[in-house]
Design a protein around this ligand. Structure first.
Ligand SMILES: Cc1cc2nc3c(=O)[nH]c(=O)nc-3n(C[C@H](O)[C@H](O)[C@H](O)COP(=O)(O)OP(=O)(O)OC[C@H]3O[C@@H](n4cnc5c(N)ncnc54)[C@H](O)[C@@H]3O)c2cc1C
Length: 95
């Protein structure tokens, strides 16, 4: 890299830089199901991955827009799995 040329024609000399991606949901599957979304644009879940719709869980990048990291997605998946397990096995968890 030598230079950045902006749309208005102005330019600045640079030897390198970082590109900041725009973090958006690639899928509107949650919206199709009627899930509520959090302020950052992910599907809103509680600490067990439960959405506002009974029986629908979300985890990983679907619910955590930032920071999007593999280890966080994996942990969210474990939380949601625990939620599913409790939903199936404990009556009081349903209420
Ligand atoms: C360019 C880039 C670099 C990154 N670098 C790092 C890094 O260095 N370290 C790090 O920890 N994290 C990094 N991440 C973030 C990390 O990749 C994600 O946080 C993580 O993969 C999220 O896991 P996930 O299972 O939630 O989603 P994903 O890995 O996106 O898995 C979702 C899966 O669902 C599938 N899918 C989507 N819609 C449907 C549908 N309707 N039906 C069936 N399947 C569907 C997709 O094809 C995909 O396989 C990076 C991400 C990007 C984009």
């Amino acid at each position: 890299m030598e230079k950045i040329i902006f749309e208005n024609g102005e330019s600045v000399l640079r030897k390198g830089g970082f590109v900041m991606p725009q973090l958006i949901q690639a899928s509107d599957f949650g919206k199709q199901l009627g899930c509520e979304y959090n302020p950052l644009g992910g599907i809103a879940v509680d600490s067990f991955g439960r959405t506002n719709i009974h029986g629908i869980y979300a985890a990983g990048d679907a619910s955590v827009i930032a920071p999007a990291q593999v280890i966080i997605a994996a942990a969210e998946g474990v939380r949601a799995a625990a939620g599913v397990n409790m939903n199936l096995t404990q009556k009081e968890f349903l209420e």
